[in-house]
Ligand binder design. Structure first.
Ligand code: PGA
Length: 237
C-alpha cells in the first residue's frame, strides 16, 4: 500500500494537473495507489482519478457527524466528496494541533462507522527513542487510539517523528523491528506501513522487510516523477 500524503500542498487545479500527468505511470499497475489530498481538492481528484487505480482520501476529520465545530469537517462530508480513506492521528496533528489519543479514537470510530478506511498514525519522537521509550509510547498510542474498535479494519502507519521531513528515514532494520512489535497485538493480516522520508532510494529496501506492507509518503509524493517512480518500484516487486 503506497499512500501519498500531500499535507497542505496543491490547490484543486494543481491537483487535477498532477493526476493527469500521473496517468501514463499508473495505467498498467496491478494494485491501487492512494493519495491523501487537501479537502478542497478531493472532488476534483476523484473526478480526475475515475477509471484509474488511484484512490483518493483525506488527511484528517472531526469525529462528530455535524455541529458547532468551526473549521472542521465530518466523515459524511468527506464521503460525499468522494474520499475513500482518511489519515488520522498524524504526528503533525498531534503536535501542532494538540490531538490526543482519545480524540483520535473517536475519529477512527466515526471513520469506520461511515465506511472510510482509517489510516492511523503512531510514532515516537527523537527524545523518546533516545530514552528507550519507543515501545512504551507506541503501545500507549496503539491502545488508546484503537481502544474498543474493530482492529481488523484499521491500517497502522508507523511514522517515527524524527524521520518525517528530515531526509533521515528509519533504516529498514529499525523499521522492521518496530513493525514486528506493532504487529504483535494486531490481527495477523493487518497492513502496517512505514513513514518518514520514504523516497525512491529507500522504498525497495523497506518493502523487502517482512512486516513492512507499504509506505506513507509526504515530500516524495508531491512531484509526479518521484511519486511515479515509487509506484513503479512497488509494482515491480
Ligand atoms: P515525509 O512525510 O515523507 O515528507 O517525511 C511523511 C508523512 O508525514 O506522512
Amino acid at each position: 500500500m503506497i499512500i501519498g500524503n500531500w499535507k497542505m500542498h496543491k490547490t484543486s487545479g494543481e491537483a487535477r494537473q498532477f493526476i493527469h500527468s500521473l496517468i501514463p505511470f499508473i495505467q498498467n499497475i496491478s494494485t491501487s495507489v492512494f493519495l491523501a489530498v487537501p479537502f478542497t481538492a478531493i472532488s476534483s481528484c476523484v473526478e480526475a482519478a475515475e477509471g484509474l487505480k488511484l484512490i483518493i482520501g483525506a488527511q484528517n476529520m472531526h469525529d462528530a457527524d455535524e455541529g458547532a465545530f468551526t473549521g472542521e469537517i465530518s466523515a459524511s462530508m468527506l464521503k460525499e466528496a468522494g474520499a475513500s480513506f482518511v489519515i488520522l492521528g498524524h504526528s503533525e496533528r498531534r503536535q501542532l494541533f494538540y490531538e490526543t489519543d482519545a480524540f483520535i479514537n473517536r475519529k477512527v470510530r466515526s471513520a469506520l462507522q461511515s465506511g472510510l478506511q482509517p489510516i492511523v498514525c503512531i510514532g515516537e519522537t527523537q527524545e523518546e527513542r533516545a530514552l528507550g521509550k519507543t515501545q512504551e509510547v507506541l503501545t500507549r498510542q496503539l491502545k488508546d487510539s484503537l481502544f474498543g474498535l474493530d482492529l481488523t479494519r484499521v491500517v497502522v502507519a508507523y511514522e517515527p517523528i524524527w524521520a518525517i521531513g528530515t531526509g533521515q528515514a528509519a533504516t529498514p532494520a529499525i523499521a522492521q523491528t518496530v513493525h514486528a512489535f506493532i504487529r504483535e497485538p494486531l490481527p495477523k493480516k493487518n497492513i502496517i506501513i512505514s513513514a518518514g522520508s520514504v523516497n525512491p532510494g529507500n522504498l525497495t529496501a523497506l518493502l523487502s522487510e517482512p512486516d513492512i506492507n507499504g509506505a506513507l509518503v509526504g515530500g516524495a509524493s508531491l512531484n509526479v516523477e518521484d511519486f511515479a517512480q515509487l509506484i513503479t518500484l512497488r509494482n515491480s516487486l
